[in-house]
Design a protein. Structure first.
Length: 300
């Protein structure tokens, strides 16, 4: 029975990894820098988030609400019993139970996904509520994985401090907001959604872009401030991922509003790999230097 359970668990983990690899090169680059257990947890979080997103963005229309309800209900059952016939949900439930992820994160996430089926134009209040549920709680889930991926049954959870929580929320928000600006045309023209409060997509102005980029840069600054509190491998992985998204933000900032509405701004995969490698190397060298400084002072 143990070997059979292990095979099912590993198959579920591989399924979530395929989802991540298929949908996100940027997020996937950072995930590759993690150790096996932590990467499995991040794959699991991304897999569930991606499926829910596909329900509201790809399936949408008739029956999407019912499908989302079914996915949420199955996730709740799996959190309770640690098992699901849905391989991605099974993978998520195993990671969630090990790392302390529960309804505090999952319920707001599904609430935001449900909003995509009904709300077409966001004001500041609904925008902030949506970003919290769709992105900030995902950052908190990833943080829980970073801190507890190696936790054994019966061991206490590692609980993050306020700086780490604030950084995780800010990082999730930054990634989501960058996607909002990058996907402005698609969200508006194909899905009929206006996420950015006060912004009319087909009348996008330079000052709209600048104000929005400044908001995202503040989120990224909060995320970077929390990096030193992360374990070594997650710190390197997050630094690499942030570097890729920072380049995308810079490209969006430099792109005329009319071009943002005409074509999807992107960072070529070769550039993403180079950025991620450079950031990971710099973070690793910084950690090595920091570790050597006390020894150097002692010798002096």
């Amino acid at each position: 029975m143990g070997a059979e359970q292990d095979l099912y668990d590993r198959t579920a983990a591989r399924t979530s990894r395929v989802v991540l690899a298929s949908y996100s090169t940027s997020f996937g680059l950072g995930a590759r820098l993690l150790d096996g257990a932590t990467r499995d947890g991040i794959d699991a979080v991304y897999g569930l988030v991606r499926i829910a997103d596909e329900v509201v963005d790809t399936r949408r229309g008739d029956g999407a609400g019912e499908l989302l309800d079914e996915l949420e209900a199955e996730t709740a059952r799996a959190l309770e019993r640690g098992w699901s016939t849905n391989l991605v949900v099974h993978s998520f439930a195993r990671a969630a139970r090990r790392c302390g992820i529960g309804h505090r994160e999952v319920d707001p996430f599904f609430a935001s996904m449900r909003t995509d089926l009904t709300v077409r134009v966001h004001d500041r209040e609904s925008y902030e509520r949506y970003v919290y549920g769709s992105a900030e709680v995902v950052g908190l889930m990833c943080l829980a994985v970073f801190l507890n991926a190696h936790r054994r049954p019966g061991e206490p959870l590692v609980v993050p401090d306020e700086t780490l929580e604030r950084g995780a929320r800010a990082l999730g928000a930054a990634f989501q907001k960058i996607n909002f600006l990058r996907d402005l045309r698609t969200d508006y023209a194909e899905l009929g959604r206006r996420y950015l409060p006060g912004v009319v997509p087909d009348r996008l102005r330079r000052r709209d872009v600048e104000a929005f980029c400044a908001e995202v840069e503040a989120d990224l600054a909060a995320a970077r401030a929390a990096l030193p509190g992360l374990p070594v491998r997650p710190r390197i992985a997050v630094a690499a991922t942030v570097a890729v998204y920072e380049r995308l933000l810079a490209r969006l900032h430099a792109t005329p509003p009319a071009e943002i509405l005409r074509a999807r701004v992107r960072v070529p995969d070769t550039v993403k790999v180079a950025l991620a490698a450079r950031a990971a190397s710099a973070e690793l060298l910084g950690q090595v230097s920091a570790a050597r400084r006390p020894a150097a002072r002692a010798l002096a």
